[in-house]
Design a protein around this ligand. Structure first.
Ligand code: FAD
Ligand code: FES
Length: 283
């Protein structure tokens, strides 16, 4: 089968090599994966917030957010939590082993409403995995965006993902990073202690008319983060959120992710707060 036929068939997984992997925290691992076909690797076009279906033949397939940025093509990065059959098998893979990928799927973040505006990225726990993509996308295209605020909260310092890289970013002058843990279980945490919403009081004065927010975290977090964003008077359609649903096909065929007339694998996983007011079951 030719490459163009493969790309046209959205169901056909393509072989990809695990280039590098390391543990982020217990049971959470970072993977760098590259399509075997270098043309495909370099032309795989996605926007931050999209996901790919990763499979291991004979084991299964599941959606995972793309954590890398399209501004650094060639390698796809994913942060994966060991939960069930597929992820257990994946964690047994060695560097250079082959897995299969298809995608990219989903709508991804709308970049246009962020251009030449201030951006607040709010991540809680595992939610930082998809947001890492938009974070690096903005940093790599820094002149197209105004102020950048990155608020990230984890339960404790041992669950803080990407610690080294995020503390390196903190040293940059073109981003304001605010980090928090609910509880300092180590005694050597130097940043804020408290839930992620406690970071909002550390933000400088925000102009809501020129600000876009992106949010991803555990379901409980949305309610409180949105409350803070609304207090800042950020318009409801300028709050973009990643909302995951159980998915199987990823391409609007199986109905697993359907809510009313929308398929979250196609119309999502990114929705604005405005969207969620019309589809309350989304959160
Ligand atoms: C759009 C999208 C993006 C995702 N991105 C990531 C990611 O970046 N990193 C990551 O680790 N996982 C991500 N997931 C979740 C991942 O797809 C599931 O955890 C997947 O089921 C793991 O497969 P498994 O066979 O190992 O576990 P399974 O055997 O399928 O499930 C193991 C356990 O996880 C629970 N579970 C399965 N799916 C979900 C889900 N969607 N939400 C909550 N609990 C679930 C099951 O109830 C069960 O308890 C994403 C899901 C979606 C829909
Ligand atoms: S996952 Fe099959 S329709 Fe969305």
């Amino acid at each position: 089968m030719s490459l163009s036929e493969q790309i046209e068939n959205p169901f056909l997984p393509e072989p990809a090599r695990i280039v590098r992997q390391y543990d982020l925290i217990k049971d959470h691992r970072f993977f760098q994966i590259r399509f075997i076909d270098m043309n495909r690797a370099m032309s795989f076009d996605y926007v931050p917030g999209q996901f790919a279906m990763l499979s291991i033949p004979g084991v299964g397939e599941a959606p995972f957010s793309i954590s890398s940025t399209p501004s650094r093509p060639g390698i796809l990065e994913m942060g994966i939590r060991r939960t069930g059959n597929l992820t257990r098998a994946l964690f047994k893979k060695k560097d250079n082993d082959i897995v299969y990928l298809r995608g990219p799927y989903g709508n991804g973040f709308k970049i246009e409403p962020m251009v030449e505006r201030d951006i607040i990225i709010v991540a809680g726990g595992l939610g930082v995995i998809p947001l890492r993509s938009i974070l690096y996308f903005v940093l790599d295209n820094r002149d197209q965006f105004d102020e950048l605020y990155f608020l990230y909260g984890a339960r404790n310092p041992n669950e803080f993902l990407f610690k080294n890289e995020f503390f390196q970013i903190k040293a940059r002058e073109d981003i304001d990073c605010l980090y928090s843990v609910d509880k300092d279980t180590t005694g050597d945490w130097t940043e804020n202690t408290g839930v992620v919403t406690s970071l909002f009081q550390k933000l400088p004065k925000i102009d809501p008319q020129t600000t876009t927010a992106v949010v991803c975290g555990p379901p409980i977090m949305y309610k409180f983060v949105i409350k803070e964003l609304l207090k800042l008077k950020i318009p409801k359609n300028m709050i973009q959120m990643t909302l995951e649903r159980r998915m199987k096909c990823g391409v609007g065929k199986c109905g697993h992710c359907a809510l009313d007339h929308i398929y979250t694998c196609i119309d999502g996983p990114i929705f604005t707060y405005w969207d969620t007011l019309h589809f309350r079951e989304l959160i």
